[in-house]
Design a protein around this ligand. Structure first.
Ligand code: SF4
Length: 296
């Protein structure tokens, strides 16, 4: 039996050939790779979703600052705002913003999060799956299906490029997370397989060239807020795709473009904190202040 799919084209062909959903093929592949049962794969996925939910729950309650003191209370500010006024896009939008920031702030407090695909992009997929699950009353099984679908998208991209800002900038971290989340959103909204992959393609097109330039080498500025932006981008892509708006460039070619863009990016913009936001006057001042604090 054939399980290999390391491109979106192969994945689509395999779903047609075997008349299976993306998550069904992905969980079979994982079971085969790790010599465990499909049930074990689903139980592990369930544990990851539990960890995601716990991080959101803790993050929503906390105002504790990160070690650097640069962040920690942005989620509290959002919650405060929504106590007294409505957001432009309504309750689901509020949840997506709060859950993404809550998770990232928990990451910076060194509390447990589920890296998805990385710690710096850990707020995007959970925000989409948990917020949509609450909104549309998903079952546990449907949540698991959504996360495994997201995993399949991440797996295919990772077969061509390492998911690290140091390798290809933030397009390979938050960009990939948003692509995974957009596919999960389409799966949740009962879109078809082409729409699921197309949502990921639309997302990736919109993140090409996204730099990794964290101030002082910390995964805080711009990472926390970027998770909120990228979670919203995932929903935009899902909505476009569900409406039948297709990417003219095929998904696998977009992944190739992402790889090439990553290669062309200056090392200054790939997690070295020597360019972009990290090298601004304010970025440098913050870096210098934190170094002095460390020396005390
Ligand atoms: S800017 Fe860099 S460190 Fe921050 S989330 Fe993106 S890739 Fe990670």
């Amino acid at each position: 039996m054939e399980y290999a799919f390391n491109t979106f084209e192969k994945l689509i062909n395999l779903t047609e050939k075997r008349n299976k959903q993306i998550y069904e093929l992905m969980q079979e592949k994982e079971a085969l790779d790790f010599e465990i049962s499909v049930n074990d794969v689903r139980n592990k996925t369930k544990k990851i979703i539990t960890a995601m939910k716990e991080a959101v729950t803790r993050g929503l309650k906390s105002r504790e600052k990160s070690f650097s003191g640069l962040s920690g209370d942005d989620c509290a500010k959002l919650i405060e705002r929504y106590k007294n006024s409505k957001s432009v896009f309504g309750k689901l939008f509020e949840k997506i913003l709060c859950y993404s920031v809550a998770t990232m702030e928990e990451n910076l407090r060194m509390n447990t999060i589920a890296a998805c695909p990385t710690a710096g992009s850990c707020g995007i997929v959970p925000a989409i799956i948990i917020a949509l699950s609450e909104e549309f009353n998903l079952t546990e099984e449907e949540e698991i299906n959504a996360l495994i679908t997201a995993g399949a998208i991440g797996y295919i991209i990772s077969s061509k490029i390492a998911m690290a800002g140091a390798v290809a900038g933030c397009q390979a971290e938050c960009g990939v997370a948003a692509a995974m989340a957009s596919g999960a959103a389409v799966q949740i909204m009962k879109g078809n397989i082409e729409q699921t992959i197309n949502a990921a393609a639309l997302t990736l097109k919109n993140v090409l060239g996204l730099t990794c330039d964290p101030v002082a080498g910390l995964v805080e500025i711009p990472c926390i807020k970027r998770n909120a932006f990228m979670a919203v981008e995932a929903i935009v892509a899902a909505e476009l795709s569900l409406a039948g708006v297709n990417s003219v460039i095929p998904p696998d070619e977009i992944v190739d473009a992402l790889v090439q863009t990553g290669q062309l990016m200056s090392p200054l913009l790939k997690e070295t904190s020597n360019g972009g936001l990290a090298a601004t006057k304010t970025g440098l001042r913050i870096t210098s202040e934190l170094r002095k604090k460390e020396e005390l």
